[in-house]
Design a binder for this molecule. Structure first.
Ligand SMILES: Cc1cc2nc3c(=O)[nH]c(=O)nc-3n(C[C@H](O)[C@H](O)[C@H](O)COP(=O)(O)OP(=O)(O)OC[C@H]3O[C@@H](n4cnc5c(N)ncnc54)[C@H](O)[C@@H]3O)c2cc1C
Length: 401
């Protein structure tokens, strides 16, 4: 590869890097995506976007593309108490975006977006591992590409390298992290007969457990099991699949769901602790997606925030001649909406995952009110971070009014 200069280099070709590459290449920017994986495979990542994420996909012009690549509409939200469904919420008719949730198989989404980014004129390099970013008059990315170390300049480097981002360190950002509270284990199943028009949540808060089923259509379902970090184990690999199912059943999930289900991907476990950077732009390096802030996967907000990051950064880059100004404007806006997400998730985790008599009393007061009025379930989860999240919303969620 000739050493040359680009308008934008993205470190990482996940949803963040690829969606930004497509969006900016369409506007005439020269874009290089450097992705370390040699092919897209299942790494156990998010696959359900709530209605506000679907709205961001539409805004970015990639909704139809993802639906054509096997995307699936999920218009309902079902929340259970044991095996009994207590909330059946019509997301299309009760949320501000007026849209369903969207699910997809993550590697298929990456495949479709990388093709679209290339078609828009971006260069997408797989098997290209970034080793560092150095500051010259513009930032310079150092990467191993086809067995050679190369240096490539860019007007803007975008760290889109996910929840364990190194771009944060290379860019000189300070990373913050919440303490570990819950762990989330994820596994893809085929032939799991849960109704495929709803996202299903089985909280069993007494023990801080929860099971999530996010159907992708045709019996394919991404299942997650969330449990307190203090239990001290991680479920990984084939040997732990039996235990994953066994533990999941403790939340009240009907056993028949697993009776004929077949594991169709790896089993992996992650901490739900938020990691984030305040003001994710400095000196020609912007962070987007999980590199900027990774939310708690148990609340399923990460993909939606990622496409919001892409849209906001795109809009600021198109609106400013000076991309340093654009980077700062993006970072300010990011702090605002991520701040809402962080607060909301801390309330929800307190409600769902804390254990002990005080937590049980808190739930006893709040949860019985949810079936009659599902909007008590913190609206920004479904309608996005432009919804009001204030003391009144907190009190309604905790059943204090
Ligand atoms: C278990 C789990 C469940 C989740 N469930 C949901 C959900 O249901 N809904 C939801 O909205 N969100 C969910 N999320 C969050 C969601 O997956 C992320 O928010 C989203 O994938 C972030 O996209 P990204 O592109 O920023 O990062 P990633 O998807 O992690 O992509 C980063 C890319 O960068 C590449 N990379 C890393 N380092 C380098 C390097 N040095 N050089 C080159 N390439 C590099 C990686 O290979 C990867 O392809 C979940 C996350 C987890 C862990």
């Amino acid at each position: 590869m000739r050493t040359k200069s680009y308008d934008i280099i993205t470190v990482g070709g996940g949803l963040a890097g690829l969606a930004l590459a497509k969006a900016m290449a369409e506007h005439g920017a020269s874009v290089l995506v450097l992705e370390s994986q040699t092919r897209f495979r299942d790494r156990v990542r998010g696959e359900l976007m709530w209605p506000w994420g679907t709205a961001e996909l539409v805004e970015l012009g990639i909704y139809d593309l993802l639906m054509d690549a096997g995307g699936h509409r999920v218009p309902w939200l079902d929340v259970y108490r044991g095996p009994k469904r207590m909330v059946h919420r019509d997301l299309v008719n009760t949320t501000t975006p007026g849209l369903p949730s969207t699910t997809f198989y993550h590697p298929q989404m990456q495949e479709a977006l990388s093709e679209a980014a290339r078609a828009a004129g971006a260069e997408v390099r797989l098997g290209a591992r970034v080793r560092g970013i150095r500051q010259d008059t513009t930032p310079v990315v150092v990467a191993d590409i086809e067995g050679r170390e190369v240096e490539v300049k860019a007007r803007l480097v975008v760290g889109a390298d996910g929840r364990t981002s190194s771009a944060r360190k290379w860019g000189g950002f300070k990373v913050q992290r919440d303490p570990d509270q819950i762990m989330i284990a994820g596994l893809l199943f085929d032939d799991l007969p849960v109704p495929d028009d709803a996202a299903h949540i089985f909280p069993y808060s007494k023990f801080g457990l929860s099971v999530l089923f996010f159907p992708q259509g045709h019996g394919r379902v991404r299942a997650y099991f969330c449990y307190p970090a203090e239990r001290g184990y991680r479920l990984t690999g084939k040997a732990d699949i039996g235990r994953f199912i066994e533990e999941s059943l403790k939340t009240g999930v009907p056993a028949e769901y697993y009776a004929k289900a077949k594991a169709a991907g790896p089993l992996a476990t992650f901490s739900g602790a938020h990691t984030w950077v305040d003001h994710p732009y400095r000196c020609g390096v912007a962070l987007i997606g999980d590199a900027a802030a990774s939310a708690d996967p148990a609340h399923g907000q990460g993909l939606s925030k990622t496409v919001r990051d892409v849209r906001v950064l795109r809009d600021q880059l198109l609106a400013h001649e000076d991309w340093d100004d654009a980077g700062h404007a993006y970072a300010e806006e990011h702090d605002r909406y991520y701040g809402i997400n962080h607060t909301m998730e801390s309330w929800a985790s307190q409600m769902l995952f804390e254990t002990g008599p005080e937590a049980d009393a808190r739930r006893g007061k709040a949860i019985p009110k949810w079936p009659k009025d599902p909007t008590r379930l913190l609206e920004p989860f479904y309608s996005g971070p432009d919804q009001v999240l204030d003391e009144a919303a907190r009190r309604r969620f905790f059943g204090e009014e």
